[in-house]
Design a protein. Structure first.
Length: 557
């Protein structure tokens, strides 16, 4: 093995560095072994990442047992769910870049020979993957695991139910005591949000794309098996270092296609589009937003998971794990069997033989799909020339035309919903919430859940240049690009304008004459920036379009 860590640890001139390291317990023998960084996103502010500090101990043990020397370091995490609906939520997508940057910096500075990244809530997963792809040193990603569902009035509930309960309470359909009861019951312990929301979507992607070992990610966070999974990752990373298996060997176009198919088949979050575009750019792999349409359209929806389905992420584990989804993709010819995984085995070798639980109904058979095409549809048209994204899982309608109800902030839109001024047939437009305009491209779960909770989910649509939580359901169109703050057509929409959305034709249009649209855009003036200093201002200056992954470095491909 050619170890880059030797640049820091070996030779007479490195005596000062070794002296520092010996001060914290490392020995000469430790420093001759491969140095493996454990990038930990533990944080004490939310349940999603709460047990990761324990798992780091297990990973370190596995690395030592396999002949390496672990060095743990920490980075940040921000809870989408806790910050949802507030100014704080603008920091979430920004944190993806900070996580990637910080892991990259520590790994470059200390010249680790390999990295195990411990991740959980939404942006920690793609952030870690982006860092590994930049560094291109052997790397493994372990998802901390889903939360278990709560129980309320004899039924399983998840955090999505609490968000929707807020709208139901505002509409007088749910008492204050019932709302409190759901609040107290929905999150029974540590773990990431419990449906096929963004965290579990990205967890699925990591196992399918090959950066996470098989059968590790679907184990719930409070399950004792997670400790063994963490220890096993120590073995996997040492094998990858010895065999020189690198992230860019794994994340090829074939692997990305497999990952997109897994999002379609599992009814995954629209954020999967954003993050896979970003990962592809870090890997130097050509990918554009239209590719998601092509792959989703040919892949059946198989997983009956929340937010639109019946089951939680913990039920995927009971059914046999993410590997069952992978096996279905292989059986149907929806995945490339020769894509490489972090173990050195191909996708086909890893997933061709999978033991699933007899009689499970969570992941359908190929001959009995929920829908013949996947859950993600890319829309384009006069309102979104670069594209927009809608999740069609659970939708009973495929089109809507109606008057625009225009809001320049998420807060003003939510206030209108809760004050019951939004009517059936309306199309709520929320703009200036894009990557640059927000800045940070907030998720709109507070608004979308209020719409559903008010009983308007079957009659009201929402269109935004912001994005959605994986827990969002309903006729909701996000990622509209170009965004309003750069003069995209969504900036020209006026109250009462007719907007048409047609999922089958993949169209989204502002129904005004083209010359009128151009006249409005010519008269448009860019609003003053919301932040003029600090990380948010820096991000707003650097970030690109959602249609390219909202990345802050426009890498040429």
């Amino acid at each position: 093995m050619e170890l880059q860590s030797y640049t820091i640890t070996q030779g007479k001139e490195r005596a000062p560095a070794r002296s520092y390291l010996k001060a914290i317990g490392f020995t000469d023998e430790d420093l001759k072994k491969p140095i493996i960084g454990i990038a930990n996103t533990w944080i004490g502010t939310m349940p999603g990442n709460y047990n990761l500090r324990e798992f780091a101990v297990d990973v370190a043990r596995g690395i030592r047992e396999a002949g390496g020397t672990p060095m743990e370091f920490n980075t940040i995490a921000i809870s989408d769910g806790i910050t949802m609906g507030t100014e704080g939520m603008k920091t979430s997508l920004v944190s993806r870049e900070v996580i990637a940057d910080s892991i990259e910096l520590v790994a470059r500075g200390h010249m680790f020979d390999g990295i195990v990244a411990l991740v959980a809530c939404d942006k920690t997963i793609p952030g870690a993957a982006m860092a590994l792809l930049r560094l291109n040193v052997p790397g493994v990603i372990l998802y901390g695991g889903t939360i278990l569902p709560g129980r309320y009035k004899g039924k399983d509930i998840v955090i999505q139910d609490v968000f929707e309960a807020v709208g139901a309470n505002a509409a007088g359909k749910l008492s204050d005591d019932e709302l409190l009861g759901m609040e107290n019951a929905a999150c029974p312990g540590p773990g990431a949000c419990g449906g096929q929301y963004t965290a579990n979507t990205m967890s699925t992607i990591m196992e399918i794309i090959g950066l996470s070992p098989r059968d590790m990610n679907s184990i719930p966070q409070v399950d004792s098996r997670k400790h063994d999974a963490a220890r096993h990752c120590g073995e996997v990373i040492m094998n990858a270092v010895r065999k020189n298996i690198r992230p860019r060997d794994i994340v090829t176009r074939k692997a990305i296609d497999n990952a997109i198919a897994s999002v379609a088949a599992s009814g995954g979050s629209t954020n999967g589009v954003l993050h896979l575009l970003a990962m592809a750019r870090e890997a130097g792999v050509p990918l554009n937003i239209d590719d998601f349409q092509d792959l989703s359209q040919r892949t059946p929806l198989l997983a009956d998971l929340k937010p639109a389905g019946r089951y939680t992420a913990a039920d995927v584990d009971k059914a046999g794990g993410i590997a069952v989804i992978a096996k279905r993709l292989l059986e149907g010819g929806y995945a490339h069997s020769d894509a490489m995984t972090v173990t050195g085995k191909t996708f086909g070798d890893e997933f061709r033989e999978v033991k699933e639980t007899a009689g499970q109904e969570v992941i359908r058979k190929l001959e009995n799909p929920i829908k013949k095409s996947g859950g993600i549809v890319i829309l384009k048209g006069s309102l979104a020339p670069e594209g927009a994204v809608i999740k069609v899982t659970g939708l009973n309608r495929t089109s809507q035309t109606g008057p625009a109800r225009v809001f320049d902030t998420e807060e003003s839109a939510k206030a209108a919903v809760l004050s019951r001024t939004i009517k059936p047939g309306d199309i709520v437009v929320i703009r200036y919430e894009g990557p640059r305009g927000g800045p940070g491209m907030r998720e709109m779960l507070g608004v979308t859940s209020a719409i559903v909770g008010e009983g308007l989910g079957d009659s009201v649509a929402l269109v935004t240049d912001g994005r959605f939580s994986g827990a969002t359901r309903g006729f909701m169109v996000g990622h509209v690009a170009p965004e309003a703050s750069v003069g995209g057509p969504i900036a020209a929409v006026r109250e009462g304008d007719q907007i048409s959305i047609d999922v089958e034709r993949r169209l989204i249009s502002l129904d005004i004459p083209a010359e009128e649209l151009q006249s409005r855009l010519a008269a448009w003036q860019r609003p003053a920036p919301k932040y003029t200093a600090g990380v948010m201002a820096k991000y707003a200056t650097l970030v690109g379009s959602a249609s390219d992954g909202a990345v802050t470095s426009q890498q040429a491909i």
